[in-house]
Ligand binder design. Structure first.
Ligand code: B1M
Length: 212
C-alpha cells in the first residue's frame, strides 16, 4: 500500500478527522485517483473498524468517531469522486421511522454505507411511510433502510412496506431494517428483506443482496 494510503487508513482507525482530511487532500495532490483513495485507504479502514467492533475491541463511541473521520475524508474526496464519475454500488433511501426521533444509529448506518460507495438519500428521523415511498420513486432507489429505536414505532416499518406495496414499488427495492429493539424474527414477520444488528453488518448485508 502507498504510504499516504496507509496514513489515511491509520487516521480513520485512530479517528483523527484533521489528519484524514489533510492526507486525503495530499493523496489527491500526489495524483492518486479517487477510487484508489476511497477503496484502499478508506473503505478498507472502515472494514477494519467494523471487525474491531464485532470482536469487542471497539464500541459504539469509537465506531462513531471513526465514522466521523471517514466522513471528514469523504468531504475532501467527494468533488474528485464526482469528477471521476465513480459509479455508486446502489441507491439507498434511509430514515428513522415515523414517530421516532432517535437518529444516531441511523446516521452511523448511513455513514458506513456511504463509505462503502452506496449513494445515500437520508430523510432524517420521524419519516412517514409516504415520504419513504415518494423518495424511492423519485430517485429510483435500490434499497430502503429503516431504523426504529422504540417498540412503539416498530410497526411503522410494516406500514412503510404496505405503502411501498400500494405504490407498486415493493418489488423494485430491498427493504433493510435495524435498531435496538429489532430482531430477525420481526424482520421476517413484517416482510422485510433483511435485518442487521449494527452498522457494520448493515453494509455486509446490503452488499450481499446485490452481490457486491
Ligand atoms: Co430514547 N429511548 N427516548 N432518546 N434513547 C431509548 C431507545 C430507550 C431504550 C431508553 C430506555 O428506556 N432504556 C427507550 C425505548 C424503550 C422502548 O421503546 N422499548 C427510549 C425512550 C423511552 C425514549 C422516549 C420515549 C423518552 C421520553 O420522552 N419519555 C423519547 C422518545 C422520543 C421519540 O423518538 N419520539 C426518547 C428520546 C430520546 C432522546 C431524544 C433524548 C435521545 C435521542 C437523540 C438522537 O437520536 N438524536 C435518546 C437516546 C439517546 C436514547 C438512548 C439512551 C441511546 C440511543 C442511541 O443513540 N444509541 C436509548 C437507550 C439505548 O439504546 N441504550 C434510548 C447509540 C446508537 C449508535 O445505537 O441507535 O441502537 P442504536 O443503533 C445501532 C443499532 O441499533 C443499529 O446500528 C447502530 C450502530 O451499530 N441500527 C441499525 C440502528 N438503526 C439501524 C438500521 C439498520 C441496521 C442497523 O438498517 C438496516
Amino acid at each position: 500500500m502507498e504510504p499516504i494510503l496507509k496514513e489515511i487508513y491509520d487516521g480513520i482507525i485512530d479517528a483523527d478527522q484533521e489528519l484524514v482530511k489533510e492526507k486525503v487532500g495530499a493523496a489527491l495532490s500526489q495524483g492518486l485517483d479517487a477510487d484508489t483513495i476511497l477503496n484502499q485507504g478508506m473503505v478498507s479502514a472502515m472494514t477494519e473498524v467494523g471487525r474491531l467492533f464485532e470482536e469487542g475491541e471497539y464500541f459504539v463511541p469509537e465506531m462513531l468517531i471513526c465514522a466521523r473521520a471517514m466522513q471528514a475524508g469523504l468531504s475532501v474526496l467527494k468533488p474528485a469522486m464526482i469528477a471521476a464519475n465513480l459509479k455508486s454500488v446502489g441507491k439507498v433511501v434511509a430514515g428513522t421511522v415515523k414517530g421516532d426521533l432517535h437518529d444516531i444509529g441511523k446516521n452511523l448506518v448511513c455513514m458506513m454505507l456511504e463509505g462503502a460507495a452506496f449513494e445515500i438519500y437520508d430523510l432524517g428521523s420521524d419519516v412517514s411511510p409516504q415520504a419513504f415511498a415518494d423518495k424511492v420513486k423519485e430517485v429510483d432507489a435500490d434499497f430502503v433502510v429503516m431504523s426504529a429505536l422504540l417498540t412503539t414505532t416498530m410497526p411503522n416499518m410494516k406500514a412503510t412496506i404496505e405503502v411501498l406495496k400500494e405504490a407498486g414499488l415493493r418489488d423494485k427495492v430491498k427493504v433493510l431494517v435495524g435498531g435496538a429493539p429489532l430482531t430477525t424474527r420481526y424482520c421476517e414477520d413484517i416482510g422485510a428483506d433483511g435485518y442487521a444488528a449494527d452498522a457494520s453488518r448493515a453494509v455486509t448485508l446490503a452488499k450481499s443482496l446485490i452481490g457486491a
